[in-house]
Design a protein around this ligand. Structure first.
Ligand SMILES: CC(C)(COP(=O)(O)OP(=O)(O)OC[C@H]1O[C@@H](n2cnc3c(N)ncnc32)[C@H](O)[C@@H]1OP(=O)(O)O)[C@@H](O)C(=O)NCCC(=O)NCCS
Length: 415
């Protein structure tokens, strides 16, 4: 049912902050008039596309230029020069740390890595074949029960960000009936994570690649899982609940699961000469091809560009080279035929496999990387909170008289 139009309401007088007006006006340079943009906002397109759902000073995405900034810093610069620890500090504090600040922050993060033995017991009683994101959801929720109740919000954030990698590694080890490896404080977050997963301290190059993957996934504005975390935080529920909810949202294949599917797809295709037939069959059946398309980017996802450049250097084995050739060929066809661009998931699976992370851990590792961003948004929400409670465009029946049960039938009301 269309929303009744009130002739007294002038939609061009919708109240918008100066910042939002400026952002909308900037969008205008891509051809939409202010009236069209406001109309767009007030008609609430499906999936809240282009709806400005709140203010944030954490992450900026320019979907037309393919630019991503954390607190004003370009993702390309952070990927080239920063670390997981430094980027986490930046997201939470709004500025880069001094060397003393970074040292203290890194030490505190490192010291909180061990998880309570009760959480290890819970994780190791789960079925070994259970979905790793289900196990992660249980693990994060359990952390909330066993963490120190006297922790401040900052300490809780520090604890979750430090421990989530340990939880993911424990899930992996249990899956293979292997002993859970306790974390090492002397390693960086990225190195220690790979060490807890594989049992070996990684090479510098692998640790660097892990760092870059974590940085690239650290935040992405009001994506579905972050928005979920903010909605939960806005009820003044606790941080563990917010992150547990975010894990649940990330589990969905439209959000977090696409890189695993990309690896399956490249394995299924096999050799580059089989790409054309595969892609054309998919397009003909209107199926989506994982690793392509994005709600916000209208050009190549900058994270995909960074990983693509890195992939050209890190691929070594024949299988990796072939996968990259297959991906390149799919990219060329989709750009030409559908103007579709790669997203971060197109190359992240290749990178994760390269450093020894198995496919079923891809989405949990995405969660580990996104945790600093989720927490930054939860802290920002708490700092200036109002419960997030939008309204729906009601399309159901109008007021209907209650019908006694003896007069009902499945096809309607009996006279
Ligand atoms: C990311 C994604 C969920 C965005 O969804 P969205 O903003 O709702 O976009 P839509 O699904 O409405 O797609 C718009 C159009 O592009 C097409 N399209 C989008 N992504 C596509 C893809 N990966 N393969 C083929 N066609 C695609 C749609 O079929 C649709 O075409 P139509 O207008 O002719 O029907 C979507 O692109 C997708 O499912 N991609 C594959 C999964 C993936 O890689 N996810 C990781 C995201 S980082």
């Amino acid at each position: 049912m269309p929303r009744p139009q009130n002739p007294d309401v002038d939609f061009t007088t919708v109240k918008l902050s100066k910042e939002t007006q400026a952002k909308l006006a900037a969008l205008g340079k891509y051809g939409e008039t202010m009236d069209q943009i406001i109309q767009h906002l007030t008609t609430q397109t499906k999936g809240l596309e282009d709806v400005v759902a709140g203010k944030s000073s954490i992450c900026y995405i320019d979907g037309h230029e393919g630019r991503l900034l954390y607190r004003g810093y370009d993702i390309a610069d952070l990927a080239a020069h920063s670390t997981y620890e430094e980027t986490t500090y930046l997201l939470w504090n709004g500025r880069l740390p001094t060397s003393l600040e970074l040292k203290a922050f890194t030490e505190e993060l490192g010291s909180k890595r061990p998880i309570p033995r009760e959480v290890v017991s819970i994780l190791t009683t789960l079925p070994q074949n259970c979905d790793t994101m289900d196990a992660l959801r249980v693990g994060v929720s359990a952390l909330g029960v066993f963490d120190d109740p006297m922790y401040s919000q900052q300490e809780k954030a520090m604890s979750i960000a430090s421990k989530i990698g340990t939880v993911v590694a424990a899930i992996h080890r249990h899956k293979h009936d292997q002993d859970v490896i306790p974390p090492r404080e002397d390693l960086s977050f990225a190195s220690n994570f790979l060490y807890m997963v594989t049992g070996k301290v990684p090479s510098e190059a692998d640790a660097r690649l892990m760092n870059v993957l974590l940085i690239l996934h650290a935040d992405h504005e009001f994506n579905a899982s972050t928005f979920t975390a903010r909605v939960i935080a806005s009820t003044l529920s606790d941080m563990y609940s917010a992150i547990t909810g975010a894990v649940g949202a990330l589990k969905g294949p439209l959000h977090g699961g696409a890189n695993e599917k990309v690896v399956e797809m490249t394995n299924e295709i096999g050799t580059p000469d089989r790409v054309d037939a595969y892609v054309r069959a998919k397009l003909a059946s209107k199926a989506k091809i994982n690793g392509f398309g994005h709600r916000v980017y209208r050009t190549m996802d900058p994270r995909a560009r960074i990983l693509k450049d890195m992939a050209e250097h890190f691929v070594r084995t024949e299988k990796e080279k072939q996968s990259l050739e297959v991906i390149d060929r799919i990219e060329a066809i989709l750009l030409k035929e559908k103007n579709l661009h790669p997203n971060v998931d197109l190359f992240s699976g290749l990178a994760l496999n390269h450093i020894g992370v198995p496919s079923y851990l891809f989405t949990p590792v995405f969660a580990v990387g996104r945790t600093p961003g989720w927490l930054a948004h939860v802290l920002e929400q708490y700092a200036d909170n109002r419960i997030i409670r939008p309204i729906s465009d009601y399309v159901g029946p109008q007021l209907t008289a209650y019908v006694p049960i003896e007069r009902r039938s499945s096809s309607g009301v009996r006279p």
